[in-house]
Design a binder for this molecule. Structure first.
Ligand SMILES: O=C(O)C(=O)C[C@H](O)[C@@H](O)CO
Length: 254
C-alpha cells in the first residue's frame, strides 16, 4: 500500500471491524507507544484535550511506523482548522456536533477542493510529503474519511438526512453528549440511553453508512459491535493510565 492509501478506509471497505483507542494525552511519546499496541486506529482528540496543531503534527510523525491509523477529531467544523489539519497529513477526520444535513455538507466541503468544496490549496504540504507525492491533489479526496458525530436530540431527528450527505463516510455516536441532550447527564450507560444508541446504530447502518462509537465499558462495546458499529473505540489513553496506576498503587498502599 502506498503512503496515500487510507488503510483504515480500505479495511472498512473490506468489511473489517476497526478497533480504536481515544488519545487525549497530547504526547507523541504516549501516542507512539499505543500505536504499537494492536489497535487499528487512534483518535487524536482536539475537541476535549490539550492537543493543538503542533501536537497533532508530532503525533502523526510519531506513529508513522506503527500499525494504527490516525483519525483526528477537529475542535469544530471551521474550514480553516480542517484545512490545516488535512495539510498536516491527517486523512481521517471526525467532526463533532453535527446536528443537520446542511452542517454536514459544510463540513464535507471543507475537506474538498473546488469545485466540490472550499479547501484552500497548498502546493506541497506535509500531506503531499512536501511535493514528493505528485498526484496528491488528484487522489487525496478518495482517501479522506469523514466521520460526523451525532450527539444531540436534534441530530437524532435529522439522522437519515445527515447520513445521506455525499462525502459523509461514517456517523459516530457521541454517547456523553447524546445522553446529556436526552436528559441523562453523566449517565451514558443508562439502560434507556443504551437502547437508544443501539437503535441509532441500526438506523445508521440502514442508511448504508458506517456507524462508530466510543465506550470504555467492554460489555457495551460488544453490544454496540453486535448492533452494527464498524469502527469502535474501546477506551482512552487517559482512562487506561489513570485506572491502571490507581490499581497498582492500591495493591501496595491498601
Ligand atoms: O459525547 C461523547 O461521548 C464524545 O463525543 C466522546 C467524548 O468527547 C469523550 O468521552 C472524550 O473524552
Amino acid at each position: 500500500m502506498d503512503v496515500l492509501t487510507n488503510r483504515f478506509k480500505a479495511a472498512l471497505r473490506a468489511g473489517r471491524q476497526q478497533i480504536g483507542l481515544w488519545c487525549s494525552l497530547a504526547s507523541p511519546i504516549s501516542t507512539e507507544i499505543v500505536a504499537g499496541s494492536g489497535f487499528d486506529w487512534l483518535l487524536l482528540d482536539m475537541e476535549h484535550s490539550a492537543n493543538d496543531l503542533r501536537d497533532i503534527y508530532g503525533q502523526l510523525q510519531a506513529i508513522m511506523e506503527g500499525e494504527a491509523h490516525a483519525m483526528v477529531r477537529v475542535p469544530s467544523d471551521e474550514p480553516i482548522t480542517i484545512k490545516r489539519i488535512l495539510d498536516t497529513g491527517a486523512q481521517s477526520l471526525m467532526i463533532p456536533n453535527i446536528d443537520d444535513a446542511e452542517q454536514a455538507r459544510r463540513a464535507v466541503a471543507a475537506t474538498r477542493y473546488a469545485p466540490r468544496g472550499v479547501r484552500g490549496f497548498s502546493q506541497a504540504p506535509r500531506a503531499a510529503r512536501f511535493g514528493r507525492i505528485p498526484d496528491y491533489h488528484a487522489r487525496c479526496e478518495d482517501e479522506i474519511f469523514v466521520a460526523v458525530q451525532i450527539e444531540s436530540r436534534r441530530a437524532l431527528d435529522n439522522l437519515e438526512e445527515i447520513a445521506g450527505v455525499e462525502g459523509v463516510d461514517g456517523v459516530f455516536v457521541g454517547p456523553g453528549d447524546l445522553s446529556t441532550s436526552l436528559g441523562y447527564l453523566g449517565q451514558q450507560n443508562h439502560p434507556e440511553v443504551v437502547a437508544i444508541i443501539e437503535e441509532t446504530v441500526a438506523r445508521i447502518t440502514r442508511t448504508g453508512k458506517l456507524a462508530g462509537i466510543l465506550t470504555a465499558n467492554e460489555d457495551l462495546a460488544r453490544r454496540y459491535i453486535a448492533a452494527g458499529t464498524r469502527f469502535t473505540a474501546i477506551g482512552s489513553d487517559m482512562g487506561v493510565l489513570a485506572r491502571a496506576t490507581e490499581a497498582l498503587a492500591a495493591r501496595f498502599k491498601g
